[in-house]
Design a protein around this ligand. Structure first.
Ligand SMILES: C[S@@+](CC[C@H](N)C(=O)[O-])C[C@H]1O[C@@H](n2cnc3c(N)ncnc32)[C@H](O)[C@@H]1O
Length: 358
């Protein structure tokens, strides 16, 4: 008793200390994010690319910042696993080398910059979003949607950011789902075309159409040309929310990536019905999303993306696997199954087949 009691107290104390440390890490979450955003903005990872190793004085000189902040920025980036200590300096760790060097196909930096310039300021009024259930990045009294053509900040940042987020996620989806045997993909609300481009690279028989709002198609066409895939991928302008609008016909596979979480249940059901009406008999639908757990207790990325939708959208929220299964069945899709994978923009894809029912 005399020996075990102190040991037990020590263990309990350790757990209590660890709990406060955990809370501190959550509280300081924005320190990590802002450190990453500043490093991307300053060009730190571009500077240390391809194994280049610089000491702190050299980094300070190259970035044009004083010694003390350079010292702390380098230490913080190393602590976050973005940089690695080498000899007497620092170089990019693998994660930064792969995802944070501008120009790389999986470049993630444009999403970081969007989060910093558009989302972060809006999250400052998260309380207002929670109290009023109104988006904070745009004003529903002045714009019809968050994707309006007159929103210049959005036009400048958002679709580049989506390309940045989706390029690596599209690789994860392409690894998880075999589209062999499919001929024509309709990428509904396909944004920059990141998924269409990756799926066509992986499936030599596949052709794809990105269906997007007219003012987005120009950016999409630029990405398609950049990938030299104009002969297999095109962009078609349309508005799937326009009353009576029909999606283009002639496709045996449709993808909705990060589209349905932008909308409420009624709008999701309406869009799935439009997909069912346009898809070829027996065709496959894919819903790629950060799926919320059935018990609505996680996972963190899906639940927190839901919070982001409170800040950025009117009616958007992250839905669960069961939500999608139910709506797909009601829209006339069958045999729904979920393929799980890990990615920045999705943790799984719901796959279903257009059934015989109308
Ligand atoms: C969150 S983004 C996802 C983009 C892309 N699917 C991806 O995962 O990278 C949602 C997309 O839906 C498009 N969108 C929203 N409303 C639309 C509408 N009414 N008609 C066509 N596209 C729309 C937006 O322009 C935007 O590119």
């Amino acid at each position: 008793m005399t020996t075990s009691t102190p040991r037990r107290r020590e263990t309990n104390d350790q757990a209590r200390h660890a709990a406060s440390e955990e809370l501190m890490l959550i509280t300081a979450g924005f320190w990590s994010f802002k450190t990453l955003a500043a490093a991307v903005d300053l060009g730190l990872f571009a500077l240390l690319r391809d194994g280049r190793c610089l000491n702190r004085a050299e980094v300070a000189a190259e970035l044009g910042i004083p010694d003390r902040p350079a010292d702390m920025l380098l230490a913080a980036c190393a602590s976050l696993g973005l940089l690695r200590r080498e000899r007497d300096g620092y170089t990019n760790d693998d994660l930064a080398e792969d995802l944070l060097v501008p120009g790389r196909r999986r470049y993630f930096g444009d999403f970081v910059l969007y989060a910093d310039r558009r989302e972060y300021p809006a999250w400052l009024s998260l309380g207002e979003a929670l109290r009023t259930d109104r988006p904070q990045t745009w004003n529903p009294d002045e714009q019809e949607t968050g994707y309006a053509v007159e929103d210049e900040v959005m036009t400048a940042l958002f679709w580049n950011a989506m390309h940045s987020l989706s390029s690596s996620t599209a690789e994860a989806l392409a690894d998880a789902v075999d589209l062999g045997g499919h001929r024509r993909l309709l990428d509904v609300g396909g944004g920059s075309g990141a998924y269409s481009l990756e799926l066509c690279r992986r499936n030599p028989e596949l052709m794809a159409t990105v269906y997007e709002l007219p003012h987005v198609c120009e950016q999409t066409a630029g990405r398609i040309a950049e990938a030299s895939l104009e002969h297999r991928v095109d962009a078609v302008a349309g508005d799937f929310r326009a009353p009576g609008a029909a999606l283009p016909a002639g496709h045996d596979v449709m993808l909705l990536s990060m589209v349905l979480h932008c909308f409420d249940e009624a709008a999701c059901r309406d869009l799935l019905r439009k997909c069912r009406q346009a898809i070829e008999p027996g065709g496959t639908i894919l819903i790629s999303e950060l799926l919320l757990d059935e018990d609505r207790g996680g996972p963190p990325l899906a639940a927190l993306m839901g919070m982001n939708m409170v800040v950025e959208s009117q009616g958007g929220r992250n839905h669960s696997e069961l939500d999608y299964r139910t709506w797909l069945w009601d829209a006339g899709f069958e045999d729904a199954e979920v393929v799980r994978f890990r990615g920045a923009g999705a943790n799984g894809v719901v796959v279903a087949r257009a059934g015989a029912r109308p």
